[in-house]
Design a protein around this ligand. Structure first.
Ligand code: MG
Length: 260
């Protein structure tokens, strides 16, 4: 590296000082540039002022829905949930819904690619073990399950513990809170794509459990299966999200979705 001679350093220092004190004119900070190269694969220049701006969204506080969310459960009623085509009947109290043995529920609305936030609590009173303890699940498109389970000091098979793609891929880590404590799932689900009747791109899920990355754009092997290898079968582009009744009194609250 060529060292600056003292006079050159003095001159540069003087220019820097001058720039710092000069009042900037509007042309010194334009909202973009058109004399820059094109970004590969796009019609936009680098820093293009004509590139459409992202929509403005007001984020929610502490996990509350952002301004563009579809609120699926706000703690008051099950208006957005059905069970076998009829209104869902799970117990609703104190801002949460609770699995009550009346069967699994599904969202009235259908989704393909979606961001889902939900909070759940496994029973504070620990009963059962392995898959019999705090079992439920989030079923994207009614068939791709992100497991819900009380996996706090509860031994079960790795591909069946909380935040597993059930029967397929264990979570990267076990980020469970204690029984009875509220926990969060933030999931980005990508629906499978088809070419005719054949699978073109598998379904994928990125899952944050209590803010910890536990599935990283992980592909599903197929529709969730028990004691069998999952397989794909062509289905609609959008289908309801299911919450599983597995016989444990699981609680859910603050459920919202954003179409992607
Ligand atoms: Mg389950």
């Amino acid at each position: 590296m060529k060292l600056l001679t003292p006079p050159a350093a003095l001159v540069l220092g003087a220019v820097t000082a001058l720039a710092a004190t000069r009042v900037l004119a509007p042309q010194d900070h334009p909202v973009g540039y058109k004399d820059t190269p094109l970004l590969p694969g796009t019609p936009w220049h680098v820093h293009d002022p004509d590139r459409p701006l992202p929509a403005v969204v007001t984020p929610g506080l502490n996990g509350a829905p952002p301004s563009d969310a579809i609120v699926l459960f706000d703690g008051k009623d099950l208006a957005h949930w059905k069970a076998g085509g009829k209104p869902a009947a799970w117990k609703v109290e104190s801002g949460y819904m609770e699995v009550d043995g009346s069967g699994s529920v599904e969202s009235a609305e259908a989704f393909g690619d979606v961001q889902l936030h939900l909070e759940f609590a496994t029973p504070a009173k620990v009963e059962g073990e392995s898959q019999g303890r705090g079992n439920s699940g989030v079923f994207f498109m009614g068939r791709y399950e992100v497991q819900v389970l009380d996996s706090f000091e509860n031994r079960t098979y790795a591909d069946g513990q909380a935040a597993a793609l059930y029967g397929q891929t264990p979570p990267l880590v076990n980020a469970c809170r204690k029984p009875g404590e509220w926990q969060t799932y933030d999931i980005v689900f990508r629906a499978p794509r088809w070419e005719g009747e054949k699978l073109a791109t598998p379904a994928r899920a990125t899952v944050l459990h209590n803010g910890v990355l536990v599935q990283d754009a992980q592909a599903f092997l197929g529709a969730t299966a028990h004691r069998a290898v999952a397989q794909y079968a062509k289905h609609a582009a959008e289908l309801p999200i299911g919450l599983q009744d597995h016989g444990n009194p699981m609680r859910f609250r603050n459920v919202w979705a954003r179409r992607l």
